[in-house]
Write a protein that binds this ligand. Sequence first.
Ligand SMILES: Cc1ncc(COP(=O)(O)O)c(C=O)c1O
Length: 377
Amino acid sequence: MIPFNKPLLIGTEQEYIAECLTNNKLSGDGAFTKSVNKELEEMTGTAKALLTTSCTHALEMSSLLLDIEPGDEVIMSSFTFVSTANPFSLRGAKIIFVDIRPDTMNLDESKIESAITNKTKAIVPVHYAGVGCAMEVIQALAAPKGIAVIEDAAQCIGASYQGEKLGTIGDMGAFSFHDTKNLQCGEGGAILLNNPKYIERAEIIREKGTNRSKFLRGEIDKYSWVDKGSSYLPSELNAAFLLAQLKEVELVTQTRRALWQKYWDHLKPLADQGRIELPHVPDGCYHNGHIFYIKCSNIDERQDLITYLKSNQVYSVFHYIPLHSARAGKILGEFSGNDVYTTKESERLLRLPMFFELTNDEVEKVCQLIFAFYEGQ
Ligand SMILES: Cc1ncc(COP(=O)(O)O)c(C=O)c1O
């Protein structure tokens, strides 16, 4: 049986957890959380990284930091997870969906300008599969109009764009450490505050609207309620678990990239015959092997292939149901321009098994099955 995902266990997590237990501090912002924040800052070059309970919550923090309110508009692609939209919908913003590029499944930068109005508060590019959006174009559209750019870098740990780590290019970025991601701690995330003007308030919002972080640093002698906020800091146990994995980010990234390349090389002849399409990584994008997908001809062929693989004990999955076609998306959002590619391309996309412990033999087996499926078509 080849599962679709196996949550990463790098092997040193138990040592870190054991040390955490001896510290006698399990609530947030202890030594392990501080080390994780520091690792993330050193690894990415961001001005400030703060560990959060999830990527969803990191994006919620960004929405609070921007003071998003009813009447505001936030631009994003519809080919994404609900967590890209919810943090802004929660604060009353209308979600404006823009079509994707078929080659990367990312927001089509050429279609953003016509979606911008005087109500636009933020653009939220999602770097699908750890492959960067055209950030220089997005930044050039946003900056002169005072529109914030929030990178949904949920899938991007270890990936970069034009030499800059994904998540560090916009005003803020958000990572996920959910157990489906390259590095994980069950549930977890981080907000990267690339624009230093957001740092002080981010610490407050993350600590229930209090200035407790300043108090803990000895900068003030008591702390109190100073702003709106919530509880976005995870337990030290999660931080300890994640720290073990963060130390091995290079190994994880290189291993996944090698598996990704193996899939690509094996399946190339099938792509050359025009039976499937393979992912495209534009120049300047350094991906992290988070996802390997193929594109079938259409949704029926994809379903047949999923069933065929499953009957051979190989588990593959599709995503996303475009947000604008979902019940909530119809109420909370609106599509700008035409849906030329979002629905059509999402219906063809199939994700193949991809995880750190996947072996070359298993990749070969999956590819052989895909060949056999198309030979029988
Ligand atoms: C693009 C994207 N954004 C946000 C999230 C949410 O991440 P989390 O589960 O850490 O909240 C995910 C999770 O799969 C995602 O793929």
